[in-house]
Design a protein around this ligand. Sequence first.
Ligand code: NDP
Ligand code: GDP
Length: 324
Amino acid sequence: MSRKALITGVTGQDGAYLAELLLNKGYEVYGMVRRSASPEAMLERLRWIGVIDRVNIVLGDLLDLSSLIRVVRDVQPDEIYNLAAQSFVGASWDQPHLTGSVTALGVTNILEAVRIEAPKARFYQASSSEMYGRVQEPIQSETTPFYPRSPYAVAKMYGHWLTVNYRESYGLHASCGILFNHESPLRGLEFVTRKVTDAVAQIKLGKADKVELGNLDAKRDWGHARDYVDAMWRILQQDTPDDYVIATGRTVTVREMCDIAFKAAGLNYEDHVVVSEKFFRPAEVDILLGDPAKAKNAFGWEPTTTLEQMMTEMVQADLKRHGG
Ligand code: NDP
Ligand code: GDP
């Protein structure tokens, strides 16, 4: 009998790539979605990646414990990937309470549903490098202390420690992946890489001339979502639950990332990028740089896509979307 996986946040970037990966491995995949007035738009990523007809859609919301209990009871999954969140740092200052409710307390709800209805299932929590915030060590690993710098990061810390706590309190097979930024053609348009590649495509096709960005000096360790969902799966295949950093070990500035993206379309970013105060944040995470050695040693995970390859893939996808 094939294994059953339940993915919360299946309509997001990682949800689509993870659904594809698990289907290719022969899993029966259940994707939890919240009710929407625009279901077609909501399922767009699953359609783009070509798995829409093979994912079993179930209705639930991280804010609604009874819906989660029902979903976990009905599906009886072997593995649960909790990817659902209010995931955009910028929006977390505009909606701090909602971010805390979904991204922090939502983890309590799904863990309770698992503890009550499927205590033998393996559970993955999507923790974030944003928890390192004002970094306490130049290269961040599983032992680096956290110092969150946004309501989003504070909420992710709650979810992280609650997952550790349920592992220790109830013996759940619950693990956290502390994933550094990962992108793809399916990244949300508000995140800086996708905002840039979408602008590159529009500029190349003569539909726009400028793109407004905020802090160009921030540095990020950017990898490809396809590689990172593979790490999620590997984390849950370990006999003993544990927490792992997933990163590339290379950090570049937003400015350098722009240079790479514009060059991929034969353009010079200096002709088109305008800095706007509007996109600066109340508190910034200046630099993130992860050490994925523990994951490499435990299960041989390594990134397979360079930043240059990924930005080129994203620019090409956006050119196609804009009719190029
Ligand atoms: P996305 O923003 O693309 O997807 C978020 C998903 O969460 C969407 O499917 C969204 O559904 C769903 N969601 C939001 N609120 C609720 C709710 N109340 N109940 C149920 N579902 C909800 O995020 P990513 O795919 O990029 O990231 C996946 C996870 O990994 C997130 O938890 C994110 O915080 C975390 N993460 C991401 C990193 C990255 O660089 N991408 C880095 C580290 C961690 P809807 O379509 O209805 O809005
Ligand atoms: P984050 O690391 O999860 O916050 O991912 P983002 O892609 O949203 O932001 C990465 C970095 O890019 C942060 O340091 C932002 O301040 C910086 N940045 C600069 N300009 C922009 C912009 O216009 N939009 C976004 N989202 N980020 C920007």
